[in-house]
Design a protein around this ligand. Structure first.
Ligand code: F6R
Length: 242
């Protein structure tokens, strides 16, 4: 694991964007695995700025997102489909049919999961997967449990995740209780993984995930077994390590 320490959130975002730009420059038809949440917003902002500066061309890039809430339409401002349009896709020259996310409105769980795995396989796999780190160690929506779930599946969100994500909704009762997520194997199949982490609130889980035992109780700990992981964390998140 390669740990890059950033001075603050902006520096973390800049460093992460630089690695994504390097990936797209080296392989213009890269398949990028993308994340939602608060952490990557600054990274996406940097990508938009660099696109407008003429530093990068996304026209051949394909993307797959980690997860989507079950039961939210694409038009719902809280859906991850909407998030990606708002924070990245509508601002860059990515082709409209080149971005994929699980279909949160399809109730046929098996069909959604099989189709998503097939989509990722059909694209030739993920070249670079961007990940945030959940307060409880989740990656995607792979919540702590007794086993590592392998492929894309439907998950019951942990109460702590529902509470953490309530900040985006009118009330905690509006947060969906289920989501579709890439599995741990799906994530581990990515050729490269880039994890971004910021803030003192993530210090303890960052230490557990990358310096503690590999266990499904801390899903991100599996990343210790991946051959090409870069973690970019700001100084406050690294508080427990230094
Ligand atoms: C988002 C995702 C989640 C988040 C994690 C951290 O697509 O899969 O695993 O990365 O919950 O969220 P933030 O960045 O809001 O702290």
């Amino acid at each position: 694991m390669n740990l890059m320490i950033a001075s603050d959130y902006d520096d973390m975002s800049l460093k992460a964007a630089n690695l994504i730009l390097a990936q797209v420059t080296m392989k213009p038809d890269s398949v990028l695995g993308l994340a939602t949440g608060s952490t990557p917003i600054g990274t996406y902002q940097q990508l938009i700025e660099r696109f407008h500066a003429g530093d990068v061309d996304f026209s051949r890039v394909r993307t797959v997102n980690l997860d989507e809430y079950r039961g939210l339409t694409r038009e719902d401002p809280q859906s991850y489909y909407y998030f990606m349009q708002e924070h990245l896709f509508s601002h860059i020259n990515i082709a409209p049919d080149a971005s994929f996310i699980p279909d949160g409105m399809n109730d046929d769980v098996q069909a959604v999961c099989d189709a998503y795995e097939e989509t990722i396989r059909g694209l030739g796999g993920v070249d670079l997967q961007l990940l945030g780190l959940g307060n409880n160690g989740h990656i995607g929506f792979n919540e702590p449990g007794e086993v590592f779930e392998k492929e894309t599946h439907c998950v019951d969100l942990a109460q702590s995740t529902i509470e953490a994500n309530a900040r985006f909704f009118a009330s905690v009762d509006d947060v969906p209780t289920q989501a579709y997520t890439m599995g741990i194997q799906t994530i581990m199949n990515a050729k490269k993984i880039l994890v971004i982490v910021n803030g003192a609130g993530k210090a303890e889980i960052l230490k557990k995930a990358f310096y503690g035992p590999v266990t499904p109780e801390v899903p991100a700990s599996i990343l210790q077994m991946h051959p090409d992981v870069t973690v970019i964390a700001d100084e406050t998140a690294c508080g427990g390590l230094l």
